[in-house]
Design a protein around this ligand. Sequence first.
Ligand SMILES: Cc1cc2nc3c(=O)[nH]c(=O)nc-3n(C[C@H](O)[C@H](O)[C@H](O)COP(=O)(O)O)c2cc1C
Length: 174
Amino acid sequence: MEKALLLYSSTEGQTLKILRYIENELLGRYECEFRDLRDFPKVNFKDYDKVLIGASIRYGRFNQTVYEFIEQNLFELKLSKGAFFCVNLTARKKGKDTPEGSVYMKKFQNQSQWKPQLLGVFAGALYYPRYCFYDRIMIQLIMKITGGETDRTKEVEYTNWESVRVFSDRFSCI
Ligand SMILES: Cc1cc2nc3c(=O)[nH]c(=O)nc-3n(C[C@H](O)[C@H](O)[C@H](O)COP(=O)(O)O)c2cc1C
């Protein structure tokens, strides 16, 4: 069986949940191994047939460990079959859930020297009760401006699991 390495940067766990879904979709075709980018993993790329990185957006940016990992492993990443997806709340809106329509993905593509064969953009989740006071107020403000959920007692998952499924299929074909 082929082996896939699934790397992630996830704060509330939605990106990891998406990767677990992808793992399940790949069941029987790929053996998947997970690594948290916050642990600064040392990767032996020769052990894997494919690499997938999933990362969420916070205040307009990926976690610093995402940029660092890509920079430090650029040579190996360029030689590997690879895919990258981004998770954010802007992608709950139609047209913002594609690599072409996502400002975050466009910025990533402009800045990064790694050009993965496959890119994805998925809507994440809104977990007001789990945020610290400052984040809760900030997210509520952003939601108010962008016409989203402003009830601070609510938890809403916007992830479109069908598009994650399609992405999983495409990942298995790169
Ligand atoms: C503090 C904070 C800041 C965020 N900033 C943004 C942002 O700038 N743009 C956006 O589209 N989504 C933003 N989000 C939404 C997250 O990307 C979304 O909740 C995602 O599901 C988080 O995934 P994770 O649990 O894997 O980290 C933010 C969420 C939080 C809690």
